[in-house]
Ligand binder design. Structure first.
Ligand code: TXA
Ligand code: MG
Length: 326
């Protein structure tokens, strides 16, 4: 159900839950000080209570309403990356609801850059707790249509168009004068290191971990199988007896492969989506493509992994989790 900005403000102020656009993915938002509204978020998402929520704020001056400390290092990172796809985890003030932080001593804060989200934050005057607007472990929504498909048409949605970043924010925790990367995103570790003037605390760089980061995450309903190269994917596709759809992350050379090597006849000709080898474009399109391929009712989605390089880490993380078999 689409609603206007004014309706969204009124509903949020009234303790109701509203799906809102951000530049990363759509969020399922509620007043972060209203515990019955917060419980609705967990119930609608079927999210375990030990998985804390990000509080979205409209201005850097509001950090002190939520965080007990705002160390100089965190201030530097906030000034560099806000508004934007960047979340800071800081020690929480005692009065921050334990529901929003799932019992953690910290609180996660972000100023989104989507103009409608900023307007909503400003007009409502609220801090908005907002996890991605999807059921627990499922694919995140990057359009208002995805929200309705995933959570049901009765969820009120403020439609802000397609998300331009397309995958969830980078999460960094700052304690005293050190930082750790908790979730990869499109703000890369190297950019954070450059602003911080020092690397992340050793030990976690390759295994970022926020409490809610389960191995199965960001998943379409159709099982995903990952391949290191387009060649390996096409070989598999030619011998597979199952119906499949294909996502290639490629610079175009596979086009030749596809046209010069005729495929064995398939019961259903596979639908092939090809994205260019550009991390920002793949991030923007990834969930939309997976949502689309998921509607085709094939047995498997075959996905080519991008190269194992720093600029692709956030996308590798999402694809690996999406393909995880419990
Ligand atoms: O881009 C985004 O971050 C989107 C948009 C809507 O802002 N939100 C989002 O929320 O991805 P969610 O709930 O799907 O993921 C938030 C992640 C979870 O893995 C959670 O565990 C972690 O943030 N998190 C939240 N509070 C935390 C805290 N106090 N300490 C550590 N991790 C925290
Ligand atoms: Mg999520």
């Amino acid at each position: 159900m689409r609603i206007s900005l004014d309706e969204a403000v009124a509903k949020l102020q009234n303790g109701e839950v509203v799906a809102i656009p951000t530049e990363t993915v759509y969020g399922l938002a509620a007043d972060a000080t209203n515990e019955s509204a917060l419980r609705q978020i967990y119930a609608i998402k079927q999210r375990p209570a030990d998985n804390p929520l990000i509080v979205h704020i409209g201005h850097i001056n509001q950090v002190n309403e939520w965080a007990a400390e705002f160390p100089p290092l965190a201030q530097k990172l906030a000034s560099a990356f806000w508004p934007g796809p960047f979340t800071l985890v800081l020690p929480a003030k005692d009065d921050v609801s334990s529901i929003v932080r799932a019992g953690e001593p910290t609180v996660a804060l972000r100023i989104p850059s989507h103009p409608l989200a900023l307007q909503l934050l400003k007009q409502s005057g609220l801090g908005l707790a907002a996890p991605s607007a999807n059921k627990y472990t499922q694919l995140s929504p990057t359009t208002a249509v995805h929200v309705g498909t995933g959570l049901g048409e009765c969820i009120p949605v403020l439609d802000g168009g397609a998300c331009q970043v397309g995958i969830e924010s980078t999460i960094v925790s700052v304690i005293n004068n050190d930082w750790q990367l908790l979730r990869h995103g499109m703000i890369a570790e190297a950019e954070i290191t450059a602003i911080a003037g020092k690397p992340a605390l050793a030990g976690l760089e390759n295994q970022p971990k926020a409490p809610g980061q389960h191995l199965l995450h960001y998943s379409p309903k159709t099982p995903i199988k990952l391949f290191d190269s387009a060649e390996a994917l096409m070989r598999y596709q030619q011998i597979s007896k199952q119906t499949c759809a294909v996502l290639l992350i490629d610079d175009g050379s596979t086009n030749k492969l596809l046209t010069t090597k005729p495929m064995k006849p398939q019961p259903v000709k596979p639908q092939i989506v090809q994205l260019p080898k550009n991390p920002a474009i793949v991030a923007e399109q990834l969930y939309g493509v997976l949502h689309h391929l998921d509607t085709l009712n094939v047995a498997q989605l075959l996905v080519q992994l991008p190269p194992d390089r720093p600029e692709w880490l956030a996308i590798l993380d999402r694809l690996t989790r999406a393909a995880h078999h419990p």
